[in-house]
Write a protein that binds this ligand. Structure first.
Ligand code: FES
Length: 375
């Protein structure tokens, strides 16, 4: 008869132990998430060691750490650069791909295109001189080359060449066959051309194919618009290759359509848009973000995307592709209207938006989805 109370005591004890273990694991998980978030928010102060201006519209910066070793990163990742480029010296942030790769980086390189009235590029042109300290986030992003042996095709349009250069640096030592297509409007905009040509001479498994749409009289290479058909024609066994693309929205959309029409499977295509489009509404608009722990407000000021607006105001949202294909940045739209800058590949449920590929048309009220956090 005494066995029943003993048994129930044992059960209660086991349940309590399981509860305590669950609390501990949950607590550890929350602590880890907080630490990771804090680490991501912390900026790296870096000194500009070299500044090169190309054609007055491209700026190449080399930056060295002022505080010990730099974090290693995967080729194709980007950093958020923070600078007092907003109105009245307000801090704003912009994402830039890391343009060079080393297994143990001694410095970071950025390639920056001058955008007409872009507050950050104006600020960088005037202030990012040798010796200046800039604050960068740790490298982040999921647009990275997967390890494989299949031939690799890298396609960079304009300033979209920057992550391609890092991917090339990371891939060449392994001997994987690589073809780099580089499209530009004018010959002098072929950033890093001399380096790519030298690498092609040194590495027989690497081909560099530059295409210029408005060449000068001395240009002897390919001219015209780079299209997917020309790419497939240049790649032996094109359907078996992996393709990584970074370009403006129009070029990217056309290339993806052409490549798929020529038999390249969707899973072999990986891409990132460096500028999804131009928001038609450049007015300052209020953005209200409702989060589980309260509300944050900020103003859009003509940033290229809503994600850029949030990041410019130090509201960090998880993001991976930054091109409308993964759905990671998805938010609920409570009120207001957005402009879609490109048609996302991700199937967005009604009432949700992808801030990486849209911009506000009106004042917006947004809310985080279950389990999502803005930092
Ligand atoms: S970050 Fe992938 S859809 Fe926005």
């Amino acid at each position: 008869m005494a066995a029943a109370p003993v048994l129930s005591l044992a059960v209660v004890g086991l349940v309590s132990l399981a509860f305590i273990a669950w609390l501990t694991v949950d607590g550890l998980r929350a602590l880890l998430a907080r630490r990771t978030a804090e680490r991501r928010r912390r900026t790296l102060p870096m000194r500009i060691t070299r500044r090169d201006e190309v054609t007055g519209e491209l700026l190449c910066l080399s930056l060295a750490s002022t505080a010990g070793r730099l974090p290693a990163f995967s080729a194709g990742q980007h950093v958020l650069l923070e600078a007092p480029a907003g109105k009245a010296g307000r801090l704003i942030r912009r994402a830039y791909s890391l343009a060079a790769w080393q297994a143990r980086p001694g410095h970071y390189e950025l390639g920056i295109k001058r955008e007409g009235k872009g507050a950050m590029t104006q600020w960088l042109w005037n202030n990012a001189l040798a010796g200046t300290i800039l604050n960068l986030s740790r490298p982040q992003g999921e647009f990275v080359v997967e390890p494989a042996t299949a031939p690799l095709v890298l396609i960079g349009g304009g300033i979209g060449i920057t992550p391609m250069r890092a991917m090339l640096h990371a891939t060449l030592p392994g001997g994987r066959p690589v073809t780099l297509f580089h499209a530009a409007r004018h010959t002098e905009q072929l950033l890093y051309r001399a380096e790519f040509e030298a690498l092609a001479r040194q590495h027989p498994q690497f081909r560099y194919i530059a295409v210029v749409s408005r060449p000068d009289a001395n240009w002897t290479g390919r001219s015209g618009r780079l299209d997917g058909h020309a790419i497939v024609d240049a790649i032996p066994d094109a359907p078996a290759a992996d393709y990584y693309l970074c370009a403006g929205n129009d070029m990217l959309a056309a290339l993806r359509t052409d490549l798929q029409a020529r038999g390249v499977a969707a899973e072999r295509l990986h891409w990132e848009v460096f500028n999804p489009g131009t928001a038609s509404n450049q007015a300052s608009l209020e953005i209200v973000c409702r989060m589980p722990d309260g509300e944050k407000r900020c103003q859009s000021r003509g940033e290229p995307t809503l994600l850029a607006t949030l990041e410019a105001n130090a509201i960090e949202l998880p993001s991976e592709c930054r091109a409308g294909s993964c759905g990671v940045c998805q938010l609920g739209l409570v009120a207001g209207d957005v402009e879609w800058l490109l048609t996302p590949e991700f199937a967005v449920p009604p009432g949700n938006i992808l801030p990486c590929v849209c911009a506000p048309r009106t004042k917006l009220e947004l809310h985080c989805l279950d389990g999502q956090k803005m930092l």
